[in-house]
Design a protein. Structure first.
Length: 389
């Protein structure tokens, strides 16, 4: 009799516990406790209630794309619109400095007149394309071709560039002999220098959830709280330089008269080609100094490994050379932008600096662009339509 009471009491406790569990658990996980004459049965409600339809798994490609733009909404406001239109004015600059080494050091700096371009751009989601027309030189056969493309996502940035200079360089400065004045050569046109650059830089943004590169340079997001991030990447570049040193000597003789100076043998080359592989690192910071206003800055230094071959003036095999060495290159960016998500306007500057050294010769090439722009976004995304109604 005592055993029966204990058993009945246990059954009662289990019954109460089962009833409470049926209230506390989710429908798909709820346990139903049923009493029979001698035993207790546990049965899952999933046997009697229909299960919710399983969620469809995202494809690998869609998951990767979403991860590229995964943001912390406390720091970054994502883009609300699908389409964008923009008008941009661009001023390009390109400077080459050639130097000889050794006891008789000489240097000359060449640069064309700055090119001013203007044109429209249009964007759809990640794709943003446009074309600018030169207002300085409308000649389509000038021999100058430029293509610069920067892609900014929250995690990865990419710079692509293809440049073929024309023959419109001018001598900006010259130092061919210590203590002598060479100002007579300044701003003299020289069409014997041609250069070509093809390459790319790709870099990873570590603090991509809170720091937004697109907010400063692509206007596709808004940085709400000031934040920075370390950067790391790699790059490749193919560079070629052609110099008509005989014509350059004639130009020096013409303008220096009796004070003319012969060019050093280090500057008497016909063609130089080199390939550049680099590893880079740097830091970027977005300063939100007022509502919808942003000042963005970044700097990257790259350790570059260069391999090159050149052809000297006399074209003898003993004067052909190949070498491998390390140089320090740099990339800098700065941008200021106002963006209220519908309208935006701002300015940005991007500068690339590449160095090349060998025993008798070295060069530095600095090129970049300064941009002014104004644009608007339209085509509100579905998930933001209800919020604005």
């Amino acid at each position: 009799m005592r055993i029966l009471r204990v058993r009945t009491f246990l059954i009662y406790i289990l019954f109460v516990f089962g009833t409470l569990s049926s209230v506390a658990q989710e429908p798909g996980d709820t346990l139903l406790l049923a009493q029979t004459s001698d035993t207790l049965q546990l049965a899952s409600l999933t046997d009697t209630l229909p299960l919710p339809a399983p969620k469809k798994k995202l494809s690998l490609i869609r998951r990767v794309i979403r991860d590229f733009d995964r943001l912390d909404n406390r720091y970054i406001e994502p883009q609300h619109y699908v389409f964008a239109a923009m008008l941009q004015a661009t001023r390009n600059y390109d400077v080459y400095t050639l130097r000889s080494s050794g006891n008789n050091r000489q240097s000359m700096t060449f640069a064309p007149d700055q090119d001013f371009r203007v044109g429209p751009y249009a964007g759809w989601k990640w794709i943003f394309l446009g074309y600018t027309f030169s207002l300085n030189n409308l000649d389509m056969h000038s021999g100058k071709h430029e293509f610069d493309l920067s892609i900014y996502s929250s995690q990865i940035g990419v710079d692509l560039f293809y440049r073929r200079t024309g023959s419109d360089y001018k001598i900006r400065s010259a130092s061919l002999r210590s203590g002598q004045d060479f100002s007579a050569l300044e701003d003299q046109s020289f069409d014997g220098l041609k250069a070509g650059i093809t390459g790319f830089n790709i870099y990873y943004i570590f603090n991509h959830g809170k720091f937004s590169y697109p907010a400063a340079f692509a206007q596709s997001t808004i940085q709400k709280i000031s934040c920075g991030s370390w950067l790391a990447g790699f790059g490749y570049m193919h560079n070629s330089i052609e110099l008509d040193h005989e014509r350059l000597q004639q130009l020096v003789d013409l303008h220096m008269g009796a004070q003319t100076v012969p060019l050093d043998s280090g500057l008497m080359f016909k063609r130089i080609k080199y390939v550049d592989f680099s590893l880079s690192g740097g830091y970027a910071y977005n300063w939100v100094f007022a509502r919808n206003w942003l000042l963005g800055m970044s700097a990257q230094l790259a350790v570059a490994h260069k391999r090159s071959t050149s052809q000297m003036a006399n074209n003898n095999k003993k004067d052909r050379f190949s070498f491998s060495n390390l140089n320090i290159d740099g990339i800098g960016r700065m941008g200021i932008v106002y963006n209220n998500m519908r309208w935006y306007a701002g300015a940005s500057a991007i500068v690339h600096s590449y160095n090349y050294h060998k025993l008798r010769f070295s060069t530095n090439n600095t090129f970049g662009s300064f941009n002014l722009y104004v644009g608007c976004n339209f085509g509100l995304k579905k998930k933001y339509r209800k919020k604005e109604l």
